[in-house]
Design a protein around this ligand. Sequence first.
Ligand SMILES: *Cc1c(COP(=O)(O)O)cnc(C)c1O
Length: 386
Amino acid sequence: MINLKSPANRWAWVEIDQAALRHNVREFRAIIPRGVKMMCVVKADAYGHGAVACSKVMLSAGADQLAVATVDEGVRLREAGIEAPILILSEPPVTSVETLVEHDLMPSVYSEEFALIYGEAAAAADKVGRYHLAINTGMNRIGVLPREVVEFRRAIDFHRGLECAGTFTHFATADEIGGWDFELALNRFVTAVDALREAGIDPGIVHCDNTPGTILHPEARMDMCRVGIGLYGLHPADVTIPKIDLRPVMSVRARVTHTVYPEVGDGVSYGLTYRVPKRNVQIATVPIGYADGLSRNLSNQMEVLVGGARCRQVGRICMDQFMFAVDVNTNRAFHPTHPVEFGDVVTVIGWDGDQLITADDHARLRDTINYEVTCDFGLRLEKVYV
Ligand SMILES: *Cc1c(COP(=O)(O)O)cnc(C)c1O
């Protein structure tokens, strides 16, 4: 259903379907065994969906913990009154330790220097600095090497200001079924955690599955699953589609701000890369551009929906606006007397009637993944929660 309430100051917005979000959280809660915690990943402003509002929905629908990428993202959640445990998915700079302690945010840890300075800051505030130890099992992005894990913990565990609340790793290939690389990484992780336990060291909450892991690798759910993209109704890979029912949460809409019938042969937008081929081609303007996350690489490639019909986007996408063509000669929705009008709702992502354009459609055209598409639309567009 199209939400007809557009923001007061701009005829372009991201629509967030809270019922779809709640549905997705419950779908994951239903496949994650009771007793296994669910951590919802709301980094990058909840993949562009708005972290504060989404976190509240997630916590009320069964999430136990939250994860963000940066200290500031965590602070924003605390300032909005969110009290659930919050993990920062990498080790922030040492200059952030006071902020971490003040707002009770758990950093990922994989350097001794950071750990001890964080422990000092916690002790000085009469608090315990909880953290999660990250282990590098093959992605080679962050983390302590498996063979160094016991030694690492021994080097920092003396500090009374530190408490290891969890131990985790992140898989490079969780979206593949039956892959050797996944087996190897999982094996390295299990071995490292076992080594900690054998040395009498408590690893805290042990976790490694992301969205594809949670769906495809139940054997790796352990104490907690970290679910991200699936909550937003998008699949990390084609292989997860038949396994769980997810509903897209984000739609991107705008209203037509201008229309014109150019002369045949006239062009549209910078460089005039599209030329009007015949009479009765209407050019309509939409106030969304690449500064709103609509990649310029989609120029002359994408479609939009208006009145339940598909129209070709034409000409180069500008920073704040783009144009599309309505072929009044042939477009069944408008033919022949109903061209688009000032104020008509245009759907860039989402449903209009029986037509749908998805973040995956954009990802395919842009040669990227749906994650980047929704993150990008979070950049500047106002979010309307329905
Ligand atoms: C982003 C991220 C996740 C969530 O990944 P999805 O594929 O979106 O589920 C989980 N863990 C870590 C460490 C991450 O960086």
